[in-house]
Design a protein around this ligand. Structure first.
Ligand SMILES: Nc1ncnc2c1ncn2[C@@H]1O[C@H](COP(=O)(O)OP(=O)(O)O)[C@@H](O)[C@H]1O
Ligand SMILES: [Mg+2]
Length: 294
């Protein structure tokens, strides 16, 4: 499989180009999500692809989506015949790294769940003793495991801005009490099951973000990507110690390398040596293998 930095599909209109995903319309009711091999570090999309990364993210998301159908339905629409929309060449270009999904009404929140105290959660905690208004025990250290996973929703920030944490009350205001409770409960249920599963395979899921959407009947669906290295903090369980910031399972080689450069962490990002690219690609494949067995 060739690396894919950016998809070039002209048979259908492109709706969106994200940091990693390229999204196309398939009629009014469906979308094509292509996961490219783009990698972002420190919020900058690096100029080179990580070969195979898009296929890994696609396979990992599909694996989890299938696993959680007992909790809620998801957006996948494998029944749609892509050959009606794309040319054979276009399909070949995205083989192994696309999904066809129902176009749903995405809820205007990011459903974040945290099992460990890191990132913005750690910052909040140091300032206030709480994360998103949820008071935590005193004396927790950086990267400590929380007594219980917590639901810490965030705003969907416009491109280039950081997602901002919002309170549960704010979620209720935005989407209603009923739906807020459904989103929170599904988020926590999926995280509990996934983190127990991953822990047995040497991966700590420190935190992750889900997105949800509604169909025309108002039924809640799991959408977007699910429990990938891009939407989650995965830590190698073997080297985990509270008190120190754990290395990222997949991006550590890139981050360590970038820290050796005199780069201001603004676009454009620097070129990476071939060795860093290969090691990073191998880490993504390892995450897939550990989690999905393939
Ligand atoms: N089934 C779906 N229906 C509607 N919107 C969806 C669906 N699946 C994913 N999305 C939306 O697609 C967008 C993906 O774009 P984005 O997050 O910018 O890409 P990236 O993660 O590559 O940066 C998200 O806003 C997400 O809410
Ligand atoms: Mg996204």
């Amino acid at each position: 499989m060739q690396a894919l930095y950016e998809s070039s599909i002209t048979s259908v209109p492109r709706l969106h180009k994200g940091k990693v995903r390229d999204i196309y319309a398939l009629g009014d009711a469906h979308m094509l999500i292509v996961t490219s091999d783009r990698l972002s570090a420190f919020d900058v999309i690096l100029p080179q692809p990580i070969p195979g990364k898009g296929a890994v993210l696609t396979a990992v998301t599909n694996f989890w989506m299938a696993r959680f159908t007992h909790i809620l339905p998801n957006h996948l629409a494998p029944e749609v015949d892509l050959t009606k929309y794309l040319t054979p060449d276009e399909i070949r270009q995205i083989e192994g790294r696309f999904v066809v999904v129902k176009k749903l009404k995405a809820l205007p929140i990011e459903a974040v769940v945290r099992g460990y105290l890191i990132g913005s959660g750690w910052k909040d905690y140091q300032k206030t003793g709480a994360v998103c208004g949820i008071t935590l025990p005193a004396g927790l250290q950086l990267a400590d495991r929380l007594p219980e996973p917590i639901f810490t929703p965030a705003d969907k920030a416009p491109v280039g801005q950081h997602d901002e944490n919002i309170s549960y009350a704010e979620v209720e205001q935005r989407i209603g009490k009923d739906l807020a409770a459904q989103v929170r409960d599904a988020t926590l249920a999926i995280y509990r099951e996934a983190s127990a599963y991953a822990a047995e395979r040497g991966i700590i899921i420190a935190d992750t973000k889900f997105e949800f959407g509604l169909d025309a009947e108002g039924r809640l669906h799991l959408i977007d990507e699910v429990l990938t290295p891009d939407s989650s903090r995965f830590w190698p369980a073997a080297t985990y110690r509270p008190g120190i910031s754990p290395p990222s399972f997949d991006k550590q080689f890139v981050r360590d390398y970038l820290e050796t450069l005199d780069w201001n962490k603004q676009a454009p990002g620097p070129q990476l040596p071939a060795e860093i690219i290969e090691k990073t690609a191998a880490k993504y494949r390892e995450a897939q293998r550990l989690l999905t067995g393939v």
